[in-house]
Design a protein around this ligand. Structure first.
Ligand SMILES: Cc1cc2nc3c(=O)[nH]c(=O)nc-3n(C[C@H](O)[C@H](O)[C@H](O)COP(=O)(O)OP(=O)(O)OC[C@H]3O[C@@H](n4cnc5c(N)ncnc54)[C@H](O)[C@@H]3O)c2cc1C
Length: 457
């Protein structure tokens, strides 16, 4: 009997899974998930993501059981645990997906060395967590694209491999010990409106989106109250959906909505190829502007107000409250709250990125850190000093104010777009806003400080 191990990481699915497909050529397969101590120690295991992960693991186990197998779970150092399982089952090969962070690179190197010292081989598969492999398309002169438009042009020309069906059967060797799967129960600090995870749920959402959401995406993706984006981000983050399959199916749906949607998947790959080439960008400025971000008591108080959704700018506060309540935030909200923190309040992007990662169920090093840097003007944005005005943004992307009324109950009685400028209310309307705070900063003051800091005045 020859045996292969499949190490699941950010690819918790059975459909379109190249490592599982390759491992299935062996007589028996060990589908393994390691609850990696390194991830927990790095503080990345936020409750919302742990809960979603628990759903994913249970669903993966159920899918494997339907096919005659089961999921093996272990906890500890990922390299030690994989080596132990490979030794217990005398597996000749281990298959896993490639990934982009510095941590993932190191894990891969350590694992390869450790397995080789036992006489086993590690196979790392591309196009599992991205549609196009980082580094597959590059500009003539350097190792990655720093500008999205030329990246998109080349990315769009890459022929994608076909998507693979889920295996019909998975034969797991007898007697391999597994811990009890991670469970939602016992987790505290979860967002009330947290989505459910798992491949079954991901595929259901993907089908519904392709059937009835994607066509209007181009027109409606910025409509804050309309909530008309796919909400597939946690499924892409945990890999319960395959980006290759999603792009194929979106392209088959066709039309301007699908085109705009596929472009967003290309943004995801874009940030991944930047991080793969510059792993330090998860913590350091990609293009420094030599910012001396505010610190001290006032900056801390402003940051707290931002985190709590009490800045006095309704659309900022609505988005920050959505984040806490759902563990998810609309992209337009992410953009304008990030601009507000880094530019209007001139607080370090790392503060904001950390807070997002505490709550986001789709919290992802590449997408989160690179988008934060983009908005802070230290990343790949070609207009690094643009500042989003929260009042203008609110009026444009929440024209009737419904998004603000949904998330800021203090303002629920204020009708129409006036909800974006509660300080202009008078009489009874003014009384109706209760203890909703006055703005913590005047926008022209914030702008002047930012311009001065960046030497723009
Ligand atoms: C400050 C900031 C932080 C962010 N942090 C994260 C994060 O931690 N994890 C994350 O997945 N996305 C992050 N994004 C990107 C984006 O906001 C989310 O991917 C999107 O809102 C998820 O909702 P959706 O699935 O409905 O997106 P849709 O609009 O339906 O887009 C489809 C998919 O495309 C990808 N995508 C969309 N927009 C972007 C983008 N700007 N950059 C990269 N990929 C994109 C996502 O995988 C998304 O699921 C961040 C954006 C900003 C501005």
């Amino acid at each position: 009997m020859n045996v292969s191990v499949v190490l699941f990481t950010a690819d918790l699915r059975l459909h379109d899974h190249p490592p599982l497909r390759a491992a299935s050529e062996a007589d028996e397969v060990v589908p393994l998930f390691v609850r990696d101590r390194g991830v927990t120690d790095a503080g990345f295991a936020a409750p919302n993501r742990l809960a979603f992960l628990a759903d994913c693991l249970h669903d993966l186990d159920a899918g494997l059981r339907d096919r005659g197998g089961r999921l093996i779970m272990r906890s500890g150092d990922v390299v030690d645990e994989v080596c132990k399982v490979a030794a217990e089952t005398d597996a000749g090969e281990v298959h896993m997906a490639g990934d982009v962070s510095a941590y993932a690179h190191l894990r891969e190197q350590r694992l390869r060395r450790a397995l080789e010292s036992q006489g086993r081989r590690l196979h790392v598969h591309d196009t599992v967590t991205t549609a196009v492999t980082p580094g597959e398309v590059t500009p003539a002169s350097t190792d990655h694209f720093a500008v999205f438009t030329p990246y998109l042009r080349q990315w769009s020309r890459v022929p994608l491999r076909d998507a693979f069906a889920a295996p019909r059967t998975v034969r797991v060797p007898d007697g391999v010990g597994s811990e009890k799967l991670l469970s939602r129960s016992g987790l505290t600090g979860l967002s009330e409106g947290l989505a459910s995870g798992g491949e079954t749920e991901g595929r259901r959402r993907m089908s519904a989106w392709l059937r009835s959401g994607i066509a209007a995406y181009e027109d409606r993706h910025d409509d804050l109250a309309g909530d008309a984006t796919s909400r597939l981000s946690p499924h892409l983050h945990f890999g319960t959906l395959s980006p290759v399959e999603l792009v194929h199916r979106a392209r088959r749906a066709g039309g301007p909505g699908a085109e705009a949607f596929v472009r967003q998947i290309a943004w995801r790959d874009f940030h991944r190829q930047v991080l793969a080439a510059r792993p330090a960008a998860s913590t350091s400025d990609y293009r420094t502007k030599h910012d001396r971000w505010r610190s001290g008591r006032e900056a801390r108080e402003d940051t707290e107000a931002w985190k709590e959704g009490r800045t006095g700018y309704p659309v900022v506060d609505a988005a920050m409250r959505q984040l806490r309540h759902e563990g998810w935030m609309h992209n337009r909200g992410r953009l304008l709250t990030a601009s507000f923190l880094t530019k209007t309040l001139y607080v370090d992007w790392r503060e904001g990125a950390r807070h997002f990662l505490e709550f986001l169920v789709d919290g992802d090093i590449a997408n989160n850190q690179m988008n934060w840097q983009w908005m802070a003007g230290t990343g790949t944005d070609s207009r690094p000093n643009r500042v989003l005005n929260p009042v203008t943004q609110g009026k444009r992307y929440d024209p009737d104010g419904a998004y603000v009324r949904r998330w800021v109950p203090e303002l629920a009685e204020i009708e129409g777009p006036l909800v974006h400028e509660p300080w202009k209310l008078q009489g009874l309307d003014r009384a109706a806003v209760g203890d909703y705070p006055d703005p913590i900063i005047e926008l022209p003051d914030g702008l002047a400080r930012f311009k001065q800091a960046r030497g723009l005045d």
